[in-house]
Design a protein. Sequence first.
Length: 340
Amino acid sequence: MAELTNETEKSAKKVCLSGIQPTGTVTLGNYLGAVQNWQNMQNDFNSIFFIADLHALTVRRDPSELKQTSLSFFAQLLACGINPEKSMLYFQSQVHEHAELAWILNCNTYVGETSRMTQFKDKSAKHADNINMGLMDYPVLMAADILLFQSDLVPVGIDQKQHLELTRDIAIRFNNLYGETFKVPEGYIPPMGAKICSLQDPTVKMSKSDPNPKATISVIEDEASIIKKFKSAVTDSGSEIVMREDKPGVSNLITIYAAIEGKTPAQVEAEFAGQGYGTFKLAVGEAVAAKFKPIKEDYERLLKDKTFIENTAKGGAEYASYIAQKTLKKVKKKVGLISF
Ligand code: TYM
């Protein structure tokens, strides 16, 4: 973790921030849509990444499982290359400023704005027995996460775009009401990999919570299982390996291969021209398995080192809290809360 020096604070580097909910394991979708970009950005930005465990409470969870999954996610992010020497990495619930700012932002957000969010509607339909306040308030907490650190750039997959737009609206509204307070952040949605789809239904996004294990790939999955899942990935009629709207299955595989290998879809199409689906599916599986092999190995080693995880997380939270206090103090003063 970077030292707490004036130099760090005054650094000209821009701030990049993002989070991930600890459910299931980090998927290929999370990796290509977000985590891979976090890893690349940490050299050029003051980077802040966190496990969004407060967000995870919006769906009922088994407490001991949530704790285990949160720790496992921390190790998975480290194994994916998030380097605590370069980035702040912590558990959201250990930095109380997130929740505190969320309350103040709640009072500056309209019910109509959160209730129209697509994810709220989807999750309400999925968890009809538990449409809790947190589920609707989720994007406001996300806005607080982002605005607390005066973030410039938020690297996410396409499914978070609507939440980012709401964050910008809240920031602009607050600035207009109380004077310049928050930086209005930009999203970074990667050109390749912003929406990786399920291997079993390529018309829907790959999701950590998909009950069908054949639909998702985890960054800590073993080689044989990854290859097997790609071999049984749903493809389309015909045999051409081309990126086309009427070929969602093959297009998804082309996207995955291109994002993993750093190629364009056109290059992938040329590489596999005239070859069958079977050959292509195997090649994609092998490329993904090769990418994830060192991640799985690092993960297994890191997970055993509980002291390292604890110290890193504590250090990350302490630093994040120190930075977050500045914005929070400013906000409290602006809205008229007492400070002595
Ligand atoms: P979460 O945990 O659902 O996903 C973490 C990141 O992975 C991206 N992602 C995908 N990208 C491509 N293809 C997919 N199939 C796919 N599935 C997920 C997500 O877009 C996300 O970037 N609300 C956030 C967590 C969060 C956050 C924040 C993010 C909380 N506070 C502040 C940014 C800034 C979420 O639930 O992500």
